[in-house]
Write a protein that binds this ligand. Sequence first.
Ligand SMILES: C[S@@+](CC[C@H](N)C(=O)[O-])C[C@H]1O[C@@H](n2cnc3c(N)ncnc32)[C@H](O)[C@@H]1O
Length: 367
Amino acid sequence: MNAPASAPAQKPCDSHGILVQCRPGFEPDAGRELEQRALAARLGGKLESRSNSGFVIFRFNTPEARDGVQRKLDLARLVFSRQGFHLVAQLGQLPEKDRLTPLLDAAQQCGTRFSALLPETPDTNEGKERSGFLRRFVPLFEKALGEAGLLQADAPHLPRLHLFFSSATECALGLSQGSEGSSWPMGIPRLRFPKDAPSRSTLKLAEAFIALLTPEEQKSTLRAGLQAVDLGASPGGWTWQLVSRGMRVSCIDNGPMAPQVHATGLIEHLRVDGFTWKPRKTVEWMVCDMIEQPARIAPLMAEWIIGNRCRRSIFNLKLPMKQRHAELERCIGLIDAKMKAVGIKYTLRIKHLYHDREEVTCYLARR
Ligand SMILES: C[S@@+](CC[C@H](N)C(=O)[O-])C[C@H]1O[C@@H](n2cnc3c(N)ncnc32)[C@H](O)[C@@H]1O
């Protein structure tokens, strides 16, 4: 990032652009999506993106009022963004001996108090090297913000302050409302691997529940006694998340289910094809992690909702290396066409989760 050495002189709190953080390698997708959304919202500007940097910036032609941008551009809905914020200042050439003073000055110039501090770096090897520095720096900076009367943790209506260290001497300052992004710095959830879970992909569904469902939805739909179906269930990482909440699961896969999943007594394992099998009664949840072309999975998911086979679904779309954003748009179109054809209103939320690699995770339900 080429950045001026001091904080900007423009009106406090104006947004100079949007910075979104993504998995390194996904900058073209995150950039295309952000640019499309910004231009559709009539926000003039230019995309700045570097391969494998782990972030992209859409810089506005002229600073924009933050609440106006917030109304026009729903940052939380960006698929390829793990975390996003309004860029309010970029500091370069930070002295390694005292980064605190210029950053505190810049925070004071924001003209607002903050509900939280989110220390962030790109999710790259270089970024990870800064974790030791952040561990030492963040408590000092929080203390300084507190002493300056700038931190008010019990006021969620206030914006959060992001400190995004793009290098050891460069830092972008950003603001976001809690509803605009992840509550975890860098959008990386700290989830513990459940003891005895049969595969690492269990964390993907655990993250999906938190990232794609509201707390109320989690409470009302992830309950003991509810019925679920897991398409492509072997060896059982996703099923594990469902049975550990007391749900009964029909596991559809030719492959084996891990012994500890069988031992819960909450599953039936059916060695049948996930594209043709149907439940006898409506189930609360259908989850699907079948490795198949996304253009085959997307319509199948819509058919489950339309046919009342399930009330709600979480599924993966495995995207090709190239044109991920375009392929995703095609899949969204396929779902939309099926739903529109029968006049069903629906909710579709999609995220490229931290635990996702070449895929995105989607939530689909009737509205
Ligand atoms: C990525 S793995 C699923 C991992 C699982 N979600 C977990 O957490 O352990 C994909 C699974 O989909 C299954 N699969 C692929 N096509 C299928 C189909 N047509 N019907 C049922 N299962 C299928 C494969 O056998 C494979 O076990």
